[in-house]
Design a protein around this ligand. Structure first.
Ligand code: NAD
Ligand code: KPL
Length: 309
């Protein structure tokens, strides 16, 4: 079981999005291996008999092949499906296995982790992704497909699309190759910065922000200024309109950051608001409302024993 072919996918992280990709690729006949954290997790996975995906209320078990990073076989195509704060460490453990010219798809939300990963992988092509799909874990190795969405993929260094997009097509992973993936990631980061922290601080669903229109509008103004200064004018365009549309469309939902805090889980703050404030400081841009929001959120997390990074 050590062998792997040039077309084999490796998927690191059997969490929400990792499972969602793994199951759909496997159903399309794409050869793949899951990479789990430790021999203990691998043993637990084998006891569970595989991954369970729940779709439209029906659960099904998929006995996909799995291994740990210690396996020797080279990796040519890797989906990194962990949280932004785990990405650099996860890739450090796998770097010796990555073949020259390997392709690594980075599924992390926010910005900052992608550069940290790319810096450790001079031999690989890093492809950045931004996804609006929704999934959550409701048990060990068990994932619920909660919301259909779209995934954009792109490579700012090389605009040529990879051949394996055909695998995604066959797997029913709805996607587009983006010629400006950084604009997509910045836009998503700005949406998340305008909505998620306030939902945590007001302890409300996204729709609760309809009661704070001035605060949302001021944040959008500052975020748009930041995007302009960071050379992302298209990501800045009509940001407030889109934030309002997203708040309306997702009014009944709790934001991902709200869910993390409510469940006592570490957030990706450093790659969202933290990244935005660090970029503003680098450009000597004074954004008082964004800075205050960041400080309030850090205090809120610290009071709950949650990390700031
Ligand atoms: P998750 O926490 O459900 O899964 C991450 C998995 O990676 C966990 O199982 C964890 O144990 C594993 N992992 C971490 N380090 C590892 C290592 N070194 N070796 C092996 N496994 C390791 O996270 P998720 O919800 O799938 O999110 C992944 C990324 O996708 C995040 O940046 C998130 O913001 C983004 N995202 C998630 C969703 C969603 O609906 N879940 C939607 C859009 C974007
Ligand atoms: O992506 C989101 C999240 O909750 O993380 C939305 C729904 C857009 C809110 O920012």
């Amino acid at each position: 079981m050590n062998e792997s072919h040039a077309s084999t996918w490796h998927i690191l992280g059997a969490g929400s999005l990792g499972c969602l990709w793994a199951v759909r690729l496997a159903r399309a006949g794409v050869p793949l291996r899951l990479i789990l954290r430790s021999p203990e997790r691998l043993a637990a996975y084998r006891r569970a008999g595989g991954l369970t995906l729940v779709e439209r209320g029906a659960a099904r078990l998929y006995p996909l092949q799995a291994q740990t990073a210690a396996e020797p076989a080279p990796i040519r195509r890797l989906l990194l499906a962990c949280k932004a704060y785990d990405a650099a460490d996860a890739i450090a453990g796998l770097a010796p296995r990555l073949a020259a010219g390997a392709e690594v798809i980075l599924l992390q939300n926010g910005l900052g982790s992608q550069d940290a990963v790319a810096a450790r992988l001079p031999q690989a092509r890093c492809i950045l992704a931004s996804s609006t799909e929704g999934a959550f874990r409701d048990g060990d190795f068990r994932v619920v497909f909660a919301g259909h969405g779209h995934t954009w993929l792109g490579d700012p260094q090389d605009l040529a699309p990879p051949t394996w997009l055909a695998d995604l097509q066959r797997a029913g992973i709805v996607h587009d190759w983006s010629l400006d993936i950084l604009a997509r990631l910045w836009r998503k980061l700005a949406l998340n910065c305008a909505i998620n922290p306030l939902t945590v601080l007001y302890d409300c669903r996204n729709g609760g922000l309809l009661e704070h229109p001035a605060e949302v509008a001021t944040l959008c103004e500052e975020l748009a200024e930041l995007l302009q200064r960071c050379g992302q004018p298209s990501a800045a365009s009509a940001l407030h309109d889109e934030v309002q549309r997203v708040i309306q469309a997702t009014a009944a939902n709790y934001s991902s950051m709200h869910q993390d805090v409510a469940q006592g889980r570490r957030t990706e703050i450093a790659y969202l608001l933290g990244h935005a404030c660090a970029a503003a400081a680098r450009h000597r841009l004074v954004l008082p409302h964004l800075t205050t929001l960041h400080q309030r959120l850090l205090r809120h997390l610290a009071a709950r024993g949650l990390p700031s990074h």
